[in-house]
Design a binder for this molecule. Structure first.
Ligand SMILES: [Zn+2]
Length: 536
């Protein structure tokens, strides 16, 4: 044997050892293609896609492009009737008229100035309501040991609740379930079978001014829901609430005083209200793009979701002569991550025990509608966890990866393991927490229905850059480019940082998809459907 041959054999043996030492996570991470990420970002953010607004030519082109990529990669169609596209029926309502009368009170209430009313179920409706029930803040939150309903008989009755939540020292407003939001209160009223809900605006418990509610008179869009008991929704100004409650044994101040304690019990009100709404409801739809990588074995009926919204704002008022809101960072970047992740799984031939859904959501910018439609849709698989990519790193290689409130569930630990395998640390930027980034993207639609979800964000510490550079880039994005035509592909953008994020993403998804148990909620997370009360 010559020395050269012996050397080659040694080298071969070394290569074989190195290959066998590769974990499935290493293999799928190594199959992440920077070229693919760049191609997807540049195509999706091109002017030709006209800002990808729902139900526009550009939006549909984006959906068709993503579907074609899923097909090319050999994913199974996860949409309607054997296709990759999943319809999401929407309804846009515009209030065209409203009326509010208090029996025995001759003075009139002025629409928008004194109250707003609408209905999502009927175009016009007129009702006389006897004996509405005051339900405090209308919150049921076992994890905070709080229940404003306490079994009060409200089925078929109108409930009146205070807007907001009673106490920031009890309710975690930054990373907890937003119990103060009107959407939550409507859903809670629906769970109790109430026929309607009116929220009382006060400057003390509500973070916005009454004037902001004038927006309710404009068009608002929601997913078409199965029939709800709640037929009428609305807001009362503080002054209106005072007038309505004037003749009651307890006035507004005394009701508020009672409602700020855990011992509060619902108060039936002895009054009669006439409510009238006229609404123009426009029914239309958007679509999600859904590809499935089937799992292998008995856990295949469970699925992990890798998701990002592909829609953006479309064509709007020009800024400096540019009217196309391209949405390169928001969120061609995240969509490219989903596509690159799917490609890495297929190219590396990696399969997992649980199935993996790759989903591009529509109409996120209209209020997380595509993801709400996705979780509401019955399907053959149980969703055990979701990883969301929204506004990813186009700025360069970093030493960290961002997230917000990761420890609501075991997904936080899975993220740290995946990041460590890529020599990255996980950073939580208090700015992201304060700006509500936990709630303002598709991960929230999953968390609201009890499915653990996490959002990946960009880090703060960039290779070859001074320490403050990362924060400066974040500020430039969120304060200047975000939701403007200047969120477009820049010459200086690179995708090496995006590729780091996708490598973390695929490692994490594979880890969760192969773990013996699904990721658990933290016992005291306000999102945990079986949550136990925190010790407070
Ligand atoms: Zn976004």
């Amino acid at each position: 044997m010559t020395r050269a041959i012996a050397g080659s054999l040694l080298l071969l043996a070394w290569v074989a050892t190195a290959l066998s030492a590769q974990t499935p996570g290493d293999r799928v991470a190594r199959a992440v293609s920077e070229q693919a990420i760049r191609a997807h970002v540049e195509f999706l953010a091109d002017d030709a896609l006209e800002g990808r607004a729902p139900a526009t030519r550009g939006g549909e082109l984006a959906a068709q492009y993503i579907a074609a990529q899923f097909q090319r990669l050999g994913l199974k169609p996860g949409g309607d009737s054997g296709s990759f596209l999943q319809r999401v029926p929407l309804v846009s309502r515009t209030s065209t008229g409203m009326g509010l009368e208090l029996s025995g009170d001759t003075a009139s209430f002025r629409p928008i100035t004194d109250y707003v009313l609408w209905s999502e179920s009927a175009d016009t409706m007129s009702e006389v309501v006897d004996g509405p029930v005051f339900v405090g803040f209308g919150i049921v939150a076992p994890v905070y040991r709080w229940d404003d309903y306490k079994g009060a008989p409200v089925r078929g009755r109108l409930v009146i609740a205070l807007a907001g939540d009673p106490d920031s020292s009890i309710f975690d407003r930054h990373t907890g379930m937003p119990y103060g939001s009107w959407r939550y209160k409507v859903d809670e009223a629906m769970r109790h079978g109430a026929s309607g809900i009116l929220l009382i605006h006060t400057t003390h418990f509500t973070p916005f001014q009454w004037g902001n509610l004038s927006g309710f008179a404009r068009e608002l869009t929601a997913i078409q829901k199965p029939a709800s008991s709640v037929r009428i929704e609305g807001w009362l100004s503080e002054g209106t609430a005072r007038r309505i409650l004037a003749g009651q044994p307890q006035d507004l101040d005394s009701l508020i005083a009672g409602a700020t304690h855990r011992e509060f019990r619902a108060v039936p009100l002895n009054l009669r209200l006439g409510l009238r709404v006229a609404t123009r409801n426009r029914r239309w739809e958007t679509q999600n793009v859904v590809g499935l990588l089937p799992g292998q074995g008995p856990l295949a009926k469970q699925a992990v979701v890798i998701g990002a919204h592909y829609d953006h704002l479309g064509i709007r008022e020009p800024v400096d002569g540019d009217s196309i809101y391209n949405g390169a960072e928001d969120n061609a970047s995240g969509t490219a991550c989903v596509l690159a992740a799917a490609e890495a799984f297929r190219w590396s031939g990696t399969t997992s025990n649980r199935s993996i859904y790759f989903v591009a959501f529509g109409a996120e910018e209209r209020g997380l509608l595509g993801s709400q439609g996705f979780v509401a849709r019955p399907r053959g698989k149980t969703l055990v966890g979701m990883v969301n990519m929204d506004v990813m790193n186009l700025w360069g290689r970093s030493r960290d990866i961002g997230t917000v409130a990761p420890d609501h569930s075991a997904l936080g630990a899975a993220l740290r393991r995946a990041a460590r395998a890529e020599s990255l640390i996980v950073t939580i930027d208090p700015d992201d927490v304060r700006r509500g980034r936990l709630f303002r993207s598709d991960n929230f639609s999953f968390m609201q229905v009890g499915i653990p979800a996490i959002r990946l964000l960009s880090g703060l510490d960039y290779e070859g850059r001074p320490p403050e550079w990362g924060r400066e880039q974040k500020e430039a994005m969120w304060e200047t480019r975000y939701h403007t035509p200047s969120d477009d592909v820049k010459l200086w953008y690179t995708v090496d940082g995006t590729a780091q994020q996708v490598r973390v993403l695929v490692r994490m998804a594979l880890d969760v998809a192969n773990a013996p148990n699904p990721p658990r909620w933290a016992p005291d997370s306000p999102f945990n459907p079986q949550g136990r009360p925190a010790q407070r």
